[in-house]
Design a protein around this ligand. Structure first.
Ligand SMILES: Cc1cc2nc3c(=O)[nH]c(=O)nc-3n(C[C@H](O)[C@H](O)[C@H](O)COP(=O)(O)OP(=O)(O)OC[C@H]3O[C@@H](n4cnc5c(N)ncnc54)[C@H](O)[C@@H]3O)c2cc1C
Length: 490
């Protein structure tokens, strides 16, 4: 039986990153993947949805000039296939070359399951199997869409994000169940293409309930302007296939009900960790209350078994999964390191407009009763946004309510918003003040200048003055549940 320093179960972004990190420590590694290298990072997840979003943004821009412009689903499928092919080829060729260049790395295709805490059984598609052993094992088996017990999902007419690839033509109408990030992303994508009447079922009073109201409002308004209908405060009574279409019934808070028929439905109600059939119970690996693998800073209750990525469902994001896997490997083979922090992780939501965020929101701070100062700058003041003719959006920076003005959080909502977030994320993670970034020479015209102008506003030296452009530059202090506008915070 072949013995390794590390066996990684699952070749999605987390497993891949963990396996590569172990090679830096000159460790002998086996990566086992049951289906396709890349996981949801490439298929049915990030890459496919982001390729669709990018394409839909382009189509939306073209439609601003040529309202009748249409793109066929065959063209969309072709672009999707190209993107997936490029990424999967790159990742696979990298593994193949690694196998040739170092005898430390092995890749095996098959389904891995625990025999004991050091031994894994790999079962191949043809039914053959083999045993391998390792000092350490990293579980990176990922997640899959959550199904609801009363909705029959066939991935053709009623589908999850996994079923989007099965579409062959643009639907005339679509209902999205779930107004979280993935649901809103797909509602945005199909609205952008401009050929589908989109309905979004939102059981709360507003979409993106974990985000600040101003963020949710701008995204909701934009969806509605594109012709989407958002069923706010609606609970789904039933959703079923009828004569090749989808019929769903909603009940609103006032007791009113409504029945609507659409071409297809997308059920987007979260994800569940892949924890079954891996033999976790055989070795006694504990699960948490959410049904995913329990961990203490990536280590499970069995000391040589670690977990990373969606299998923990700590935060289902590629950057988080990769980081966890790399962290787990350093814990196995490297020097002692500080526990991972899940605070201040930068995220992008691919909506219309794009939303980038890091750190705490105003909503979080108000709930926790933490006093803070806020500066908000309208996108229309940014020269790059004007040049792009995309002036919808805002920058918002939240700092401590003291003279130190440490950054607590930031939200940027607008075209290329994600390009503005990382500098602020760096300031937060290194606990630095705002002065250096405010005084730095930024390229012009650039979106990041919006952040600079916010920081200057905090320091009382912005170019546009908040007491002149009151609708475009806002400063306020929030304390004990009350927010008071002020002309300048300096
Ligand atoms: C529609 C959508 C959009 C998303 N957009 C973003 C985004 O914009 N940004 C972002 O950061 N994240 C995004 N995500 C989340 C992201 O896709 C996941 O967080 C990420 O893929 C998790 O990586 P992972 O390696 O932990 O799991 P996965 O990607 O799920 O990979 C797990 C792998 O393990 C394999 N496996 C499972 N069991 C076994 C076994 N027993 N033996 C061998 N192999 C096994 C699976 O086949 C799979 O390949 C999105 C997800 C979805 C669904």
């Amino acid at each position: 039986m072949e013995h390794y320093d590390l066996i990684v179960i699952g070749g999605g972004p987390s497993g891949y990153a963990g396996a590569m990190r172990a090679l830096d420590f000159k460790k002998k590694v086996l990566l086992v993947e049951k289906k396709r290298i890349g996981g949801a990072g490439v298929y049915d997840g990030v890459l496919t949805s982001k390729t669709l979003w990018e394409l839909s943004q382009k189509v939306s821009s073209i439609r601003e000039m040529i309202p009748d412009y249409k793109i066929g689903f065959d063209e969309i499928s072709k672009v999707l296939k190209e993107a997936v092919f490029e990424r999967k080829t790159q990742m696979t060729v990298h593994l193949q070359l690694l196998q040739h260049q170092t005898n430390l790395f092995q890749y095996d295709k098959g389904t891995a399951s625990f025999i004991d805490k050091n031994t894994i059984l790999i079962t191949k598609e043809d039914g053959t199997s083999k045993k391998v052993s390792a000092d350490n094992i990293l579980i990176a088996t990922g997640s899959r869409p959550r199904y609801l017990p009363n909705i029959a999902i066939d991935e053709k007419i009623i589908m999850t994000s996994d079923g989007i690839k099965n579409l062959t033509e643009m639907p005339e109408s679509l209902v999205v169940l779930g107004a979280g990030v993935i649901g809103c992303e797909f509602a945005t994508i199909f609205s952008n293409f401009g050929q589908t009447k989109v309905y979004l079922i939102d059981k709360a009073d507003r979409i993106l309930p974990f985000e600040d109201e101003d963020v949710a409002d701008i995204v909701g308004d934009s969806l509605e302007k594109q012709g989407a209908t958002i069923h706010h405060g609606a609970s789904l009574k039933r959703m079923e296939e009828k004569n090749g279409k989808v019929e769903y019934e909603l009940e609103y808070k006032d007791g009113k009900t409504e029945v609507i028929t659409v071409d297809i439905a997308l059920v987007s109600v979260g994800r569940v960790a892949n924890v079954e059939h891996i033999g976790l119970e055989t070795v006694g690996v504990k699960l948490n209350e959410r049904g995913s693998v329990w961990d203490d800073d990536t280590q499970t209750n069995i000391s040589n078994i670690y977990v990373a990525g969606d299998a923990t469902t700590e935060m289902a994001l590629v950057n988080v999964g990769e980081r966890e896997a790399r962290h787990a490997v350093v814990r196995m083979f490297g020097p002692t390191i500080k526990p991972l922090s899940y605070q201040n992780i930068s995220t992008i939501m691919f909506l219309n407009p794009e939303v980038a965020s890091v750190g705490m929101s105003e909503q979080d701070l108000n709930k926790k009763g933490i006093a803070h100062k806020v500066v908000k700058l309208d996108y229309s003041t940014n020269a790059r946004a004007i040049a792009m003719r995309k002036t919808k959006g805002f920058f918002k920076i939240i700092v401590t309510n003291d003279s130190g003005m440490r950054i607590l959080g930031m939200r940027a909502v607008g075209e290329h918003a994600s390009s503005a977030i990382q500098a602020v994320a760096y300031l937060i993670s290194t606990n630095q003040g705002i002065k250096e970034l405010a005084d730095m020479m930024h390229p012009h015209p650039s979106i990041i200048e919006g952040v600079q102008e916010c920081l200057r506003m905090l320091l009382g030296k912005s170019i546009y003055k908040p007491y002149v452009f009151k609708d475009k530059l806002k400063c306020y202090v929030c304390e004990n549940g009350t927010c008071t506008p002020i002309d300048t915070l300096a």
